[in-house]
Design a protein around this ligand. Structure first.
Ligand SMILES: NC(=O)c1ccc[n+]([C@@H]2O[C@H](COP(=O)([O-])OP(=O)(O)OC[C@H]3O[C@@H](n4cnc5c(N)ncnc54)[C@H](OP(=O)(O)O)[C@@H]3O)[C@@H](O)[C@H]2O)c1
Length: 312
Protein backbone atom coordinates (compact mmCIF):
# COMPACT_ATOMS: atom_id res chain seq x y z
CA UNK A 1 0.00 0.00 0.00
CA UNK A 2 1.25 3.51 -0.81
CA UNK A 3 2.42 5.66 2.10
CA UNK A 4 -0.04 8.41 3.04
CA UNK A 5 1.19 11.95 2.23
CA UNK A 6 2.43 14.21 5.02
CA UNK A 7 0.80 17.58 4.41
CA UNK A 8 -2.86 18.54 4.62
CA UNK A 9 -4.21 21.80 3.14
CA UNK A 10 -5.45 24.31 5.67
CA UNK A 11 -8.52 26.52 5.78
CA UNK A 12 -9.38 29.61 7.77
CA UNK A 13 -12.03 29.30 10.49
CA UNK A 14 -14.67 31.77 9.31
CA UNK A 15 -13.41 35.35 9.44
CA UNK A 16 -10.98 34.60 12.28
CA UNK A 17 -7.20 34.49 11.90
CA UNK A 18 -7.12 30.81 12.95
CA UNK A 19 -6.16 28.23 10.32
CA UNK A 20 -7.02 24.54 10.64
CA UNK A 21 -5.96 21.49 8.64
CA UNK A 22 -9.03 20.67 6.51
CA UNK A 23 -8.78 17.11 7.83
CA UNK A 24 -8.72 16.98 11.61
CA UNK A 25 -8.96 14.17 14.13
CA UNK A 26 -12.11 13.58 16.15
CA UNK A 27 -10.83 12.47 19.56
CA UNK A 28 -13.88 10.84 21.12
CA UNK A 29 -12.19 7.41 21.09
CA UNK A 30 -8.89 8.54 22.57
CA UNK A 31 -8.45 6.91 25.96
CA UNK A 32 -10.81 3.98 25.34
CA UNK A 33 -9.35 0.82 26.82
CA UNK A 34 -8.92 -0.79 23.39
CA UNK A 35 -5.39 0.69 23.22
CA UNK A 36 -2.74 1.47 25.83
CA UNK A 37 -1.92 5.08 26.72
CA UNK A 38 1.35 4.76 24.79
CA UNK A 39 -0.55 3.55 21.71
CA UNK A 40 -3.03 6.44 21.90
CA UNK A 41 -0.18 8.91 22.23
CA UNK A 42 1.51 7.26 19.23
CA UNK A 43 -1.73 7.72 17.25
CA UNK A 44 -1.81 11.45 18.10
CA UNK A 45 1.86 11.78 17.07
CA UNK A 46 1.15 9.87 13.83
CA UNK A 47 -1.62 12.36 13.06
CA UNK A 48 0.88 15.21 13.43
CA UNK A 49 3.40 13.37 11.20
CA UNK A 50 0.69 13.12 8.53
CA UNK A 51 -0.09 16.84 8.66
CA UNK A 52 -3.27 16.61 10.74
CA UNK A 53 -3.06 19.56 13.12
CA UNK A 54 -6.69 19.99 14.22
CA UNK A 55 -7.92 17.95 17.19
CA UNK A 56 -11.48 17.98 18.48
CA UNK A 57 -12.04 16.68 22.00
CA UNK A 58 -14.30 17.32 25.00
CA UNK A 59 -13.91 17.30 28.77
CA UNK A 60 -16.48 14.49 28.78
CA UNK A 61 -14.83 12.13 26.28
CA UNK A 62 -13.68 8.84 27.78
CA UNK A 63 -14.25 10.26 31.25
CA UNK A 64 -11.62 12.96 30.75
CA UNK A 65 -8.90 10.67 29.38
CA UNK A 66 -9.13 12.07 25.85
CA UNK A 67 -8.12 15.56 27.01
CA UNK A 68 -5.53 14.09 29.37
CA UNK A 69 -3.81 12.03 26.64
CA UNK A 70 -3.88 14.94 24.19
CA UNK A 71 -2.27 17.05 26.92
CA UNK A 72 0.41 14.45 27.48
CA UNK A 73 1.02 13.97 23.75
CA UNK A 74 1.00 17.61 22.64
CA UNK A 75 1.11 19.87 25.68
CA UNK A 76 1.64 23.45 24.62
CA UNK A 77 2.64 22.55 21.01
CA UNK A 78 2.15 25.80 19.08
CA UNK A 79 1.44 24.43 15.61
CA UNK A 80 -1.75 22.59 16.45
CA UNK A 81 -5.34 23.67 16.95
CA UNK A 82 -7.11 22.13 19.93
CA UNK A 83 -10.88 22.36 20.08
CA UNK A 84 -12.55 21.17 23.25
CA UNK A 85 -16.00 21.30 24.82
CA UNK A 86 -17.49 22.06 28.19
CA UNK A 87 -20.39 19.97 29.49
CA UNK A 88 -23.48 21.64 30.91
CA UNK A 89 -25.97 20.60 33.52
CA UNK A 90 -28.30 18.06 31.90
CA UNK A 91 -31.98 19.05 31.89
CA UNK A 92 -33.88 16.40 29.95
CA UNK A 93 -32.61 16.44 26.37
CA UNK A 94 -30.92 19.82 26.78
CA UNK A 95 -28.18 21.23 28.96
CA UNK A 96 -27.80 24.53 30.74
CA UNK A 97 -24.47 26.32 30.92
CA UNK A 98 -24.04 28.71 33.84
CA UNK A 99 -21.38 31.40 33.55
CA UNK A 100 -19.46 29.89 36.47
CA UNK A 101 -19.54 26.37 35.01
CA UNK A 102 -18.27 27.51 31.59
CA UNK A 103 -15.41 29.47 33.17
CA UNK A 104 -14.51 26.64 35.56
CA UNK A 105 -14.68 24.19 32.62
CA UNK A 106 -12.25 26.26 30.56
CA UNK A 107 -9.82 26.53 33.45
CA UNK A 108 -9.95 22.78 34.05
CA UNK A 109 -9.48 21.98 30.35
CA UNK A 110 -6.50 24.35 30.19
CA UNK A 111 -4.88 22.42 33.06
CA UNK A 112 -5.67 18.96 31.72
CA UNK A 113 -4.65 19.85 28.15
CA UNK A 114 -1.49 21.51 29.55
CA UNK A 115 -2.02 24.57 27.35
CA UNK A 116 -1.81 28.34 27.78
CA UNK A 117 -4.85 28.89 25.57
CA UNK A 118 -7.68 26.76 24.14
CA UNK A 119 -7.98 27.48 20.43
CA UNK A 120 -11.68 26.63 20.09
CA UNK A 121 -13.93 26.31 23.15
CA UNK A 122 -17.43 24.94 22.56
CA UNK A 123 -20.53 24.16 24.59
CA UNK A 124 -21.28 20.44 24.51
CA UNK A 125 -25.05 20.20 24.56
CA UNK A 126 -27.88 19.92 22.06
CA UNK A 127 -27.38 23.42 20.70
CA UNK A 128 -31.17 23.83 20.63
CA UNK A 129 -32.68 27.32 20.67
CA UNK A 130 -33.57 27.44 24.38
CA UNK A 131 -30.03 26.36 25.24
CA UNK A 132 -28.22 28.72 22.86
CA UNK A 133 -30.44 31.72 23.63
CA UNK A 134 -29.63 31.58 27.38
CA UNK A 135 -27.14 34.49 27.66
CA UNK A 136 -24.98 32.96 30.42
CA UNK A 137 -22.73 30.77 28.28
CA UNK A 138 -22.18 33.52 25.74
CA UNK A 139 -21.16 36.01 28.46
CA UNK A 140 -18.71 33.49 29.88
CA UNK A 141 -17.19 32.94 26.44
CA UNK A 142 -16.66 36.68 25.91
CA UNK A 143 -14.95 36.94 29.29
CA UNK A 144 -12.70 33.94 28.56
CA UNK A 145 -11.69 35.52 25.26
CA UNK A 146 -10.90 38.84 26.93
CA UNK A 147 -8.79 36.99 29.49
CA UNK A 148 -6.87 35.26 26.67
CA UNK A 149 -7.88 31.80 27.89
CA UNK A 150 -9.64 30.87 24.65
CA UNK A 151 -9.16 32.04 21.06
CA UNK A 152 -12.56 31.27 19.52
CA UNK A 153 -16.01 30.82 21.10
CA UNK A 154 -18.11 27.97 19.83
CA UNK A 155 -21.07 25.69 20.29
CA UNK A 156 -21.88 22.19 19.08
CA UNK A 157 -25.33 22.37 17.50
CA UNK A 158 -27.68 19.75 16.12
CA UNK A 159 -30.48 21.92 14.77
CA UNK A 160 -30.76 24.89 12.47
CA UNK A 161 -32.71 27.12 14.83
CA UNK A 162 -30.08 27.13 17.58
CA UNK A 163 -27.25 27.51 15.06
CA UNK A 164 -28.92 30.40 13.24
CA UNK A 165 -29.66 32.18 16.54
CA UNK A 166 -26.00 31.92 17.58
CA UNK A 167 -24.87 33.26 14.20
CA UNK A 168 -27.36 36.10 13.97
CA UNK A 169 -26.73 37.27 17.56
CA UNK A 170 -22.95 37.04 17.24
CA UNK A 171 -22.67 34.46 20.02
CA UNK A 172 -20.12 32.19 18.35
CA UNK A 173 -17.04 32.41 16.12
CA UNK A 174 -17.44 28.75 15.20
CA UNK A 175 -20.16 26.09 15.32
CA UNK A 176 -19.80 22.33 15.22
CA UNK A 177 -22.34 20.59 12.98
CA UNK A 178 -22.97 17.14 11.50
CA UNK A 179 -22.30 17.03 7.76
CA UNK A 180 -22.03 13.90 5.65
CA UNK A 181 -23.68 12.12 2.70
CA UNK A 182 -26.50 10.79 4.92
CA UNK A 183 -27.10 13.61 7.36
CA UNK A 184 -26.83 17.34 6.73
CA UNK A 185 -30.41 18.68 7.04
CA UNK A 186 -29.77 21.04 9.94
CA UNK A 187 -26.65 22.47 8.26
CA UNK A 188 -28.24 23.58 4.97
CA UNK A 189 -29.65 26.88 6.33
CA UNK A 190 -26.58 27.35 8.54
CA UNK A 191 -24.06 27.23 5.65
CA UNK A 192 -24.99 30.53 3.93
CA UNK A 193 -25.63 32.33 7.24
CA UNK A 194 -22.28 31.23 8.66
CA UNK A 195 -20.49 32.34 5.49
CA UNK A 196 -22.26 35.72 5.52
CA UNK A 197 -21.37 36.36 9.19
CA UNK A 198 -17.82 34.97 9.07
CA UNK A 199 -18.60 32.06 11.40
CA UNK A 200 -16.46 28.94 10.95
CA UNK A 201 -17.93 25.42 10.87
CA UNK A 202 -16.35 22.20 12.16
CA UNK A 203 -17.99 19.22 10.44
CA UNK A 204 -18.30 16.20 12.71
CA UNK A 205 -19.18 12.59 11.77
CA UNK A 206 -18.08 12.55 8.09
CA UNK A 207 -18.60 8.75 8.07
CA UNK A 208 -21.92 8.82 9.95
CA UNK A 209 -20.21 6.99 12.82
CA UNK A 210 -18.38 4.61 10.47
CA UNK A 211 -21.37 3.55 8.34
CA UNK A 212 -20.08 5.51 5.34
CA UNK A 213 -16.80 3.60 5.32
CA UNK A 214 -19.03 0.90 3.78
CA UNK A 215 -18.07 -1.86 6.22
CA UNK A 216 -21.70 -2.74 6.96
CA UNK A 217 -24.34 -3.85 4.49
CA UNK A 218 -27.95 -4.97 4.65
CA UNK A 219 -26.74 -8.59 4.79
CA UNK A 220 -23.94 -7.82 7.26
CA UNK A 221 -25.40 -5.26 9.61
CA UNK A 222 -23.98 -6.37 12.97
CA UNK A 223 -22.65 -3.15 14.41
CA UNK A 224 -21.96 -4.42 17.94
CA UNK A 225 -18.62 -3.17 19.20
CA UNK A 226 -18.65 -0.41 16.57
CA UNK A 227 -19.33 3.30 16.87
CA UNK A 228 -22.29 2.78 14.49
CA UNK A 229 -24.14 1.02 17.33
CA UNK A 230 -24.97 4.53 18.61
CA UNK A 231 -27.06 5.28 15.52
CA UNK A 232 -30.25 3.91 17.12
CA UNK A 233 -33.40 4.21 15.01
CA UNK A 234 -31.52 5.58 12.01
CA UNK A 235 -29.18 2.63 11.62
CA UNK A 236 -31.19 0.43 9.26
CA UNK A 237 -32.10 3.25 6.92
CA UNK A 238 -28.54 4.64 6.94
CA UNK A 239 -27.11 1.24 5.95
CA UNK A 240 -29.72 0.85 3.19
CA UNK A 241 -29.00 4.30 1.73
CA UNK A 242 -25.23 3.73 2.04
CA UNK A 243 -25.55 0.86 -0.47
CA UNK A 244 -26.69 3.42 -3.04
CA UNK A 245 -23.81 5.81 -2.30
CA UNK A 246 -21.45 2.83 -2.61
CA UNK A 247 -22.47 2.55 -6.27
CA UNK A 248 -21.60 6.21 -6.90
CA UNK A 249 -18.15 5.69 -5.35
CA UNK A 250 -17.49 2.43 -7.19
CA UNK A 251 -15.37 4.12 -9.86
CA UNK A 252 -12.85 5.33 -7.25
CA UNK A 253 -9.71 3.43 -6.24
CA UNK A 254 -10.59 3.77 -2.56
CA UNK A 255 -14.34 3.59 -3.19
CA UNK A 256 -16.96 4.78 -0.75
CA UNK A 257 -14.77 6.14 2.11
CA UNK A 258 -12.99 8.49 -0.30
CA UNK A 259 -16.32 9.57 -1.83
CA UNK A 260 -17.71 10.24 1.66
CA UNK A 261 -14.75 12.33 2.77
CA UNK A 262 -14.40 14.17 -0.55
CA UNK A 263 -18.11 15.04 -0.36
CA UNK A 264 -17.50 16.86 2.94
CA UNK A 265 -14.28 18.51 1.76
CA UNK A 266 -16.06 19.80 -1.37
CA UNK A 267 -18.18 22.10 0.82
CA UNK A 268 -15.72 24.95 1.17
CA UNK A 269 -17.91 26.84 3.66
CA UNK A 270 -16.89 24.16 6.18
CA UNK A 271 -13.57 24.86 7.92
CA UNK A 272 -12.59 21.23 8.45
CA UNK A 273 -13.89 17.74 9.01
CA UNK A 274 -12.97 15.62 12.03
CA UNK A 275 -13.34 11.85 11.48
CA UNK A 276 -12.74 9.72 14.55
CA UNK A 277 -10.27 6.82 14.50
CA UNK A 278 -9.73 3.88 16.85
CA UNK A 279 -6.37 2.85 15.35
CA UNK A 280 -3.43 4.22 13.41
CA UNK A 281 -4.60 2.14 10.42
CA UNK A 282 -7.97 3.95 10.39
CA UNK A 283 -6.24 7.32 10.76
CA UNK A 284 -3.95 6.54 7.81
CA UNK A 285 -6.91 5.37 5.68
CA UNK A 286 -8.67 8.63 6.45
CA UNK A 287 -5.64 10.69 5.47
CA UNK A 288 -5.47 8.73 2.19
CA UNK A 289 -9.18 9.42 1.59
CA UNK A 290 -8.55 13.14 2.19
CA UNK A 291 -5.85 13.05 -0.52
CA UNK A 292 -8.03 11.11 -2.98
CA UNK A 293 -9.19 12.88 -6.16
CA UNK A 294 -11.71 15.65 -5.51
CA UNK A 295 -15.41 15.06 -6.24
CA UNK A 296 -16.14 15.07 -9.97
CA UNK A 297 -19.11 16.98 -11.40
CA UNK A 298 -20.76 13.69 -12.31
CA UNK A 299 -20.34 12.37 -8.76
CA UNK A 300 -21.65 15.62 -7.26
CA UNK A 301 -24.73 15.45 -9.51
CA UNK A 302 -25.37 11.77 -8.72
CA UNK A 303 -25.05 12.50 -4.98
CA UNK A 304 -27.44 15.43 -5.20
CA UNK A 305 -30.02 13.36 -7.10
CA UNK A 306 -29.76 10.54 -4.57
CA UNK A 307 -30.01 12.91 -1.61
CA UNK A 308 -33.17 14.40 -3.17
CA UNK A 309 -34.67 10.96 -3.71
CA UNK A 310 -33.79 9.92 -0.15
CA UNK A 311 -34.97 13.25 1.37
CA UNK A 312 -31.51 13.90 2.84
N1 LIG B 1 -21.77 16.35 20.57
C1 LIG B 1 -20.79 16.59 19.75
O1 LIG B 1 -20.36 17.70 19.71
C2 LIG B 1 -20.21 15.48 18.90
C3 LIG B 1 -20.97 14.34 18.60
C4 LIG B 1 -20.39 13.37 17.77
C5 LIG B 1 -19.12 13.56 17.28
N2 LIG B 1 -18.39 14.67 17.60
C6 LIG B 1 -17.00 14.89 17.11
O2 LIG B 1 -16.87 14.34 15.82
C7 LIG B 1 -15.85 13.32 15.80
C8 LIG B 1 -16.23 12.24 14.83
O3 LIG B 1 -17.50 11.69 15.15
P1 LIG B 1 -17.77 10.12 15.21
O4 LIG B 1 -16.55 9.45 15.64
O5 LIG B 1 -19.01 9.93 16.00
O6 LIG B 1 -18.15 9.78 13.69
P2 LIG B 1 -17.26 9.45 12.39
O7 LIG B 1 -16.04 10.27 12.36
O8 LIG B 1 -18.20 9.53 11.26
O9 LIG B 1 -16.90 7.91 12.61
C9 LIG B 1 -15.75 7.52 13.28
C10 LIG B 1 -15.80 6.02 13.48
O10 LIG B 1 -15.87 5.35 12.22
C11 LIG B 1 -15.02 4.21 12.22
N3 LIG B 1 -13.92 4.50 11.28
C12 LIG B 1 -13.22 5.65 11.16
N4 LIG B 1 -12.30 5.55 10.19
C13 LIG B 1 -12.43 4.32 9.68
C14 LIG B 1 -11.76 3.61 8.65
N5 LIG B 1 -10.78 4.19 7.95
N6 LIG B 1 -12.15 2.35 8.37
C15 LIG B 1 -13.15 1.75 9.07
N7 LIG B 1 -13.82 2.37 10.06
C16 LIG B 1 -13.46 3.63 10.37
C17 LIG B 1 -14.53 4.04 13.65
O11 LIG B 1 -15.51 3.31 14.41
P3 LIG B 1 -15.58 1.70 14.48
O12 LIG B 1 -14.20 1.18 14.23
O13 LIG B 1 -16.08 1.46 15.87
O14 LIG B 1 -16.55 1.28 13.44
C18 LIG B 1 -14.55 5.48 14.14
O15 LIG B 1 -14.59 5.59 15.54
C19 LIG B 1 -15.76 12.88 17.27
O16 LIG B 1 -14.52 12.29 17.59
C20 LIG B 1 -15.96 14.19 17.98
O17 LIG B 1 -14.75 14.92 17.95
C21 LIG B 1 -18.94 15.64 18.39
Amino acid sequence: MTKPPTTIPSRRVGASALEVSELGLGCNRIGENILSDAEWIALIHRAIDLGVTTFDTAAQYTGGRSEELIGRALGNHQNVVIATKVSGKKEGKHSSFSKEAVIAGAEKSLRVLRRDVIDIFQTHGSGALDEVSDPEWAEAMVLLKEQGKIRLRGSAVFDSEGGLFAIEHDLADVLQVTYNLLDRGHVLPILPAAAAHGVGLLARMPYQRGILTGKFSESSADVSGHRASLQGDRLENDIRATEKFRQIGSGRATGLPALALQYVLAETRLSCTIPGARSIAQLEDNVRAAHAPRLTEAEARAIEDLQKAEHI
